[in-house]
Design a protein around this ligand. Structure first.
Ligand code: ADP
Ligand code: MG
Ligand code: MG
Length: 278
């Protein structure tokens, strides 16, 4: 992708809907550090440049928290908009879960550790007025390799669909279908993007605990199932009843009945002292 100034390109970390994310070294930092650079082709988004930049950069740039990827710098190359950010060397949570073979699911203690960080990071975003609207395993990064034995720190990334509450409640459907809240699928005129984020957190918790999603995009009936919160909690995976209770209170179709983030933080399973290192 051409010359990136003081950044030396190393490898591709991911390619997504809009562009490419690469790892690079900032040669001018003392000592030199790894960074991740998201490269967005300039041609694609030039029409909605302002909306685009707001979502992808402006909202995230105001967020400074250990559980959120921090932006370092934004610059233009002849062909791309480049967003240099903190590099998370553990990769994304989707890959992390896949490393746990053969069942591809996390222990309850690990799932809790991930979920606690997700909720605390998200609570910070919401208090700053920002909803992410694209929470999913691929957009949660980890700061260390999965097999070091030390529990990795979680970093929320990808604010490309984010929304600031100053711009009224959301009415566009964004996100990834299997993580989408019922009120979005249902096509409510206006929905509270923060409550929709919490639904996605429920999907994430379910996925890491059980190694599968509560809804299946292959199922031709899946939209109706989401709208009715018609899913099953597997009985063959031993998890604490308090954990199932929390899941059932988050994955509730009516956002008015869904647990608020305050209630989630007070829930017995959230606060439960699970054995370390399990
Ligand atoms: P998109 O908007 O196209 O989904 P993302 O910002 O989610 O782009 O990045 C795509 C993928 O690139 C992520 O799922 C992750 O695997 C990788 N990635 C993104 N940012 C970083 C980062 N800061 N550190 C390490 N990997 C990253
Ligand atoms: Mg993404
Ligand atoms: Mg994105």
């Amino acid at each position: 992708v051409g010359n990136l100034g003081r950044y030396t390109q190393e490898e591709v970390l991911g390619s997504g809907s809009f562009g490419l994310v690469i790892r690079a070294i900032d040669q001018e930092a003392q000592p030199p550090v790894h960074v991740a650079i998201k490269l967005l082709p300039r041609g694609n988004f030039i029409k909605n440049f302002k909306t685009y930049v707001n979502r992808e950069i402006l909202h995230q740039s105001s967020l400074k928290h250990p559980f959120i990827i921090s932006l370092r710098e934004v610059f233009l190359t002849p062909t791309h908009l480049a967003i240099a950010m903190e590099y998370a060397k553990g990769g994304n949570l989707f890959h992390y879960v896949l490393q746990h073979k053969p069942l591809c699911r996390l222990s309850e203690a690990k799932a809790q550790w991930i979920f606690q960080q997700l909720i605390i990071g998200l609570d910070y975003c919401h208090r700053r007025g920002v909803a992410n609207r694209d929470l999913k395993l691929e957009n949660l990064l980890l700061d260390r390799e999965g097999n070091t034995g030390i529990r990795p720190l979680l970093k929320i990334c990808d604010f490309g669909f984010s929304k600031h509450e100053m711009n009224s409640s959301a009415k566009t459907s964004v996100g990834t279908p299997i993580y989408m809240a019922p009120e979005i699928i249902y096509g409510s005129n206006r929905y509270d993007a923060k409550m929709a984020d919490l639904w996605s957190c429920g999907i994430i918790l379910y996925a890491v605990l059980f190694g599968r999603y509560p809804f299946d995009a292959q199922d031709r009936d899946y939209a109706r199932k989401i709208v009715n919160a018609d899913y099953e909690v597997p009985v063959d995976v031993p998890v604490n009843p308090e954990c199932v209770d929390l899941l059932l209170r988050i994955l509730v179709a009516d956002p008015a009945e869904r647990l608020s983030i305050e209630d989630i933080k007070m829930h017995p399973w959230f606060l439960r002292d699970l054995p370390r290192g399990a």
